[in-house]
Design a protein around this ligand. Structure first.
Ligand code: GLC
Length: 814
């Protein structure tokens, strides 16, 4: 693979060249502190929320040159040369970009190690975020590979943002007037601070302290960016380093702030020296001093690194393990997709390397993320789903999301939020058997929104608690809202948007309807009926099955255009995603969800849907979101038609939606099609990384679609995407088909026909099931023989044994 490779156990991705076609990044995080880091140390850090508590400066346009970051400059006055002439380089290649003699960046689970060699000095920096303290630690080792003594000047360097990222983007040269950064002589560290005592026009209240320290003896310190870099320079050409003009600046007041130390490291022949750099943010200075004290102890720092590595290894490797004939597939499923699912669960979408970083977590995104992580961490699912439930209002609508620092989100909600939580709750109960969660009391939310759309002008304040009720009732209200909030055709109103954020004008006048949302509602109404059955509420079960039937009939009557399912109707009644529409004729969502929801019956209808997907949406780089892309603005649809053809929601290969289809293929018994579609977008199966450009180890949100004039196949917006959750569920629960159910583990593989043997290790309700799947006749689906510990089992359900032991399951397809 060009630019890098996986380690032999698949748990590290080793970038072998500093310059990759795009920054190839990693997320280092505990539940509160997060560092986004590229292969050359670029990126930013934040605490609790990537908008309100940004620590390091970063802006989306930096993705091209990938700066600034967490740097260490090195400088060596050449022996025998008089004056200030020196060799200078940066240990992570950036920002000085001197060509290294060797370079390697290992992105691992919970750490990133960048190793380089310059002028006979090998350096290795391991960046990680410890589990208990809200900071990041850089463990540095310098080795003198030569036989002569070396005296190096070492300058660890970061650039502060401190505070609200959006205010920073908007009021770039006002925000820095609030900056106060200073060298603390007594404690030999640099503080980053903002005099943001209350909220005003161009500032948000912000009281925390950033801190930067090292265990090396501090020989100098810099806090003023301009003085450090010199006029007209960037961090690529810092005058202080290149010209040797470094001067102490103890205070930065009202201008751009940095934190940089000057240290001197002497290395005898072949000698090594290790040291630590610590960067973080806290509410109080005392806390910071405590942590710095801890991590200035090299032994402690190393121990914390080991603990962090062990924790992530356990989180990722200590659960489901698959073994198939496809090693790339196994590497993704056993390590990297799980890691990505974790990162999405911990931080949702906002700490993107590319997006606007608006902070908080999206409601629908979190529901799907927490459903996906259920098979590996049901406790996290529980926590998240109860939180999501507390964002439901008494009218049944859901807030669009929340932030750990600012509470429930108050921007205009989308109309699909209501349908997601039920699926997550069902999955949680299937995974754990814990039906009692339905009776858990959860608060209702009161905020300014009524009916999911109107603003209550009399409402004052942000989010309030509006009494409480059982989780079950919350879900019921959620679905009833969606069921009743319909337009003239009886289909759910699309409002501000449904799953597709960019169909944002079809319901401007509150009349546009969504066929996709109707299908998604059907699926959740059926799920809710299952929950009614679990609680033995027969009447309600029937009521919800009837509702599901009603919506199904409406969709089949109004939303079927003869060959495929229409996407929706605009305010003016224009159908789109249908043959008669000139562009945007067929959308993948309504084909996939017709199958996911059971709206399209198996047989002729399903076959037609699959044929249409094959014919219009499939291509060499995967399944497109729709076809054809919009080439001109559609005021009746909105933003979707404004993106460049093939990018984002304008007919990209949108990986989240493509995985909806992979699951649909599996439900329809098309294992080969499912596998082929999945492989086309799998990051480590790309044929040309100069075309794909994105990381080979994590999913992209999309690949540029075929109608783009010149970027077809380019991966965009990696890491924080709903793709990872659906990719994980598609692979483990649908393709390999080892799937939770209320009464046990369903064994229902749907495989490519040439997979003759595969296995899944699946912890489930305290036991471990080692499932061996055999496919001697090369079929795609259908278990004909099933045994549990050698005993034949009828059907395809393994009932939990419940003895906490390991059990052997053998399934034969035929
Ligand atoms: C992004 C959003 C997700 C949305 C999708 C389609 O992935 O995170 O919430 O459903 O785009 O617009």
């Amino acid at each position: 693979m060009k630019y890098g490779r996986f380690s032999s156990d698949g748990l590290e991705f080793i970038v072998t060249q500093p310059e990759t076609p795009a920054p190839w990044i990693n997320y280092l995080t505990n539940d509160r502190y997060c560092a986004v880091i590229s292969q050359t140390g670029g990126g930013y850090s934040f605490y609790r929320d990537c908008r309100t508590d940004r620590i390091l400066r970063w802006a989306p346009d930096y993705k091209n040159f990938d700066r600034p970051g967490r740097y260490i400059y090195a400088r060596e006055v050449k022996p025998g040369v008089k004056g200030k002439k020196a060799a200078a380089w940066s240990l992570t290649y950036q920002p000085l970009r001197v060509k290294p003699d060797s370079f390697e960046c290992r992105h691992g689970l919970g750490y990133t190690t960048i190793t380089s060699k310059y002028y006979g000095i090998t350096s290795e920096i391991t960046y990680f975020v410890p589990t208990h303290e809200d900071c990041e630690v850089w463990l540095v080792k310098l080795t003198n590979d030569t036989n002569r003594e070396r005296k190096l000047e070492i300058y660890p360097y970061v650039e502060w943002l401190m505070g609200d990222y959006h205010e920073e983007l908007r009021y770039r040269n006002i925000m820095n007037l609030y900056n106060r950064m200073w060298f603390d002589e007594a404690h030999q560290l640099i503080w980053g601070w903002k005099t943001a005592f209350w909220q005003g026009m161009n500032i948000k209240e912000f009281k925390n302290y950033g801190f930067f320290a090292t265990d090396l003896e501090v020989k100098g310190y810099a806090t003023q960016k301009a003085a450090f870099l010199g006029r007209y320079n960037t961090e690529e050409k810092p005058e202080s380093i290149l010209e040797g003009t470094f001067k102490n600046t103890a205070l930065c007041s009202g201008e751009d702030g940095i934190a940089c130390f000057k240290n001197v490291v002497k290395l005898g022949a072949k000698q090594s020296k290790e040291f630590v750099v610590i960067l973080g943010e806290t509410e109080g200075q005392a806390q910071a001093l405590k942590w710095i004290g801890k991590y200035r102890d090299l032994g402690h720092a190393k121990k914390a690194l080991d603990e962090t590595k062990a924790l992530w290894r356990e989180r990722v490797c200590g659960n489901i393990v698959v073994k198939t004939p496809d090693k790339d597939f196994d590497t993704m499923v056993n390590a990297w997709v799980k890691y990505q699912v974790y990162i999405c669960n911990l931080w949702s979408r906002s700490p993107s390397f590319y997006h606007e970083g608006s902070g908080g977590r999206g409601y629908r995104d979190s529901c799907q993320d927490s459903e996906a992580i259920c098979s590996i961490n049901p406790d996290l699912t529980r926590k998240r789903l109860l939180h999501a439930a507390s964002l439901i209002r008494r009218d049944g609508t859901s807030a669009p999301g929340w932030s750990d620092t600012t509470g429930a989100a108050n921007h205009r909600p989308n109309k699909d939020h209501q349908i997601w939580l039920t699926a997550t709750v069902c999955s949680y109960i299937q995974e754990t058997g814990d039906v009692s969660i339905l009776k858990e009391y959860v608060p209702y939310l009161k905020d300014k929104w009524v009916g999911g759309w109107e603003i209550d002008r009399n409402f004052n304040g942000g989010a309030q608690i509006d009494g409480e009720g059982m989780l079950f009732e919350h879900l019921e209200k959620n679905l009833n809202f969606c069921f009743n909030d319909v337009g003239e055709r009886g289909l759910p109103l699309i409002g501000h948007a449904d799953w597709n954020d960019a169909i944002d004008a079809a319901g401007k006048s509150h009349r546009g309807e969504s066929v996709w949302l109707a299908q998604a509602l059907v699926r959740s109404l059926k799920f809710f009926a299952e929950l009614c059955a679990l609680t033995e509420d027969k009447e309600k079960e029937q009521e919800f099955l009837n509702k599901a039937r009603t919506v199904t009939e409406r969709v089949n009557e109004i939303g079927w255009d003869g060959e495929w399912y229409t996407r929706g109707f605009t305010d003016e009644g224009q159908a789109y995603g249908t043959k008669a529409y000139d562009e945007g004729k067929i959308f993948i969502n309504t084909q996939a969800w017709a199958i996911l929801s059971g709206v399209a019956q198996a047989g002729e209808r399903e076959e037609k849907v699959l044929k249409a997907v094959d014919r219009y949406l499939d291509g060499k780089h995967g399944l497109a979101l729709f076809y054809p892309a919009f080439t001109k603005f559609r005021p009746e649809l909105g933003r979707i038609s404004m993106f460049s053809e093939g990018t984002k929601e304008n007919a990209a290969i949108f990986c989240h939606a493509a995985h909806f289809m992979v699951v649909a293929y599996c439900m329809a018994g098309k294992g080969q099609r499912a596998y082929d579609s999945l492989c086309k977008i799998m990051p480590n199966k790309q044929k040309d990384y100069d075309v794909y450009k994105a990381e080979p180890y994590v999913y992209a949100e999309y690949l540029v679609g075929p109608e783009n004039p010149y970027r077809y196949g380019e991966g965009q917006f990696t890491w924080v995407t709903g793709t990872s959750g659906w990719a994980f569920m598609a692979a483990t629960e649908w393709l390999l088909g080892v799937r939770r159910d209320y009464d046990g583990l369903r064994i229902d593989p749907c495989l490519p026909s040439d997979w003759k043997k595969c296995s899944v290790r699946r912890p489930f309700r305290g036991d471990i099931y080692e499932v061996e799947i055999e496919n001697p006749n090369g079929v795609e689906k259908g278990v004909v023989e099933l045994t549990l510990d050698g005993h034949p089992v009828k059907g395809n359900l393994i009932k939990p044994v419940g003895d906490g032991k390991t059990h052997k399951v053998r399934a034969v397809l035929g």
